[in-house]
Design a protein around this ligand. Structure first.
Ligand code: 1HE
Length: 268
């Protein structure tokens, strides 16, 4: 049993360990369509701040109920009647959570269904892999609500689909779904079955990679993308120096050399 904070410490999230280092982290306010209130963001920060050090091998990020996430808790925001600096600090906590996810080194596979909207899309964009199903739809309703993105959509959603499509999505309230959404890059996988089952299958697969290799993939690539080309190439060499000489890789390399390791073949 990996010693993450005990599941009872979480109210807005449901945490389930599946035995092979794979954890399912579910937004657990289905009655509010998993809208992100301040408490949920704090729980995401708690979990993802320590996941890598505590040996979590992969995470499936899911939502209870029919919808992945309805974005910012608009009712909380309306009731709190926040000042500009209060809301700036709300957004900084969102960035803390989402940066811990993107740069934390633990592979996160998002299982998307129903609404993935506003801050829900920002959350999904901080995962490393997104799986959608036929119920999944994506939107940025901020334009219609009289607000703006504050959880990184201008950066991460732009990265996924390009700046001009992101601008169109928020200006028009445009909804993407089905194959078109996957083709645009909002998800890497689309399934006719359950996105949750597919995400579990993918998480089980990545949990078999060496943790240091997954750390590099799920932390270094994002950092390298923030650097100039010449600095990124230099840093990539340093990271490869560490990862590609790890003792745990010797066995896998030996298996290849001895012709006992699986070869890369086209899908049948
Ligand atoms: C909510 C929220 C919410 C539902 N904040 N409470 N996000 C949006 O603009 C999306 C707003 N939500 C919706 O469009 C719909 O609720 C859904 C399409 C997601 C689901 O529809 P439906 O018919 O299944 O549910 P519902 O009847 O609309 O809502 C059920 C309950 O969830 C209801 O609460 P109740 O106490 O009256 O039962 C809703 O109030 C509640 N609920 N969505 C609070 N978002 C850092 S900046 C980020 C900016 C954004 O994220 S803007 C995008 C906001």
């Amino acid at each position: 049993m990996i010693n993450v904070d005990s599941a009872q410490d979480y109210q807005s999230l449901a945490i389930e360990e599946r035995g092979n280092g794979v954890f399912v982290v579910s937004l657990n306010r289905p009655e509010k369509r998993n809208a992100l209130d301040a408490a949920t963001i704090e729980e995401l920060i708690s979990f993802f701040s320590t996941a890598q050090r505590k040996g979590v091998r992969a995470v499936v990020l899911a939502g209870e109920g029919d919808h992945f996430c309805a974005g910012l808790d608009l009712v909380e925001h309306w009731k709190e009647d926040r000042s500009p600096d209060e809301f700036m600090h709300v957004c900084l906590r969102w960035h803390e959570a989402f940066n811990k996810m993107e740069y934390g080194g633990v592979p996160i596979i998002a299982a998307l269904k129903g609404a993935v909207v506003g801050g829900g899309l920002e959350l999904a964009s901080a995962a490393h892999v997104r799986v959608m199903d036929q119920s999944t739809y994506f939107a940025l309703p901020e334009g219609q609500r009289g607000i703006f993105t504050g959880g990184g959509a201008t950066i991460r959603v732009s990265d996924l689909i390009g700046k001009s499509r992101m601008i169109d999505m928020i200006l028009m309230g445009r909804v993407y779904q089905g194959q078109e959404a996957a083709d645009l890059g909002l998800a890497q996988y689309i399934t006719d079955g359950s996105s949750y089952e597919k995400a579990l299958e993918l998480a089980d697969r990545v949990a078999q990679n060496l943790p240091l290799t997954n750390f590099a993939i799920c932390s270094a690539i994002s950092h390298l993308n923030n650097m100039s080309g010449v600095d990124a190439a230099y840093a990539e060499a340093v990271i490869a120096g560490v990862v590609n000489t790890q003792p745990a890789a010797r066995e896998r390399l030996e298996a290849f050399a001895n012709k006992t390791a699986a070869r890369v073949r086209p899908n049948s």
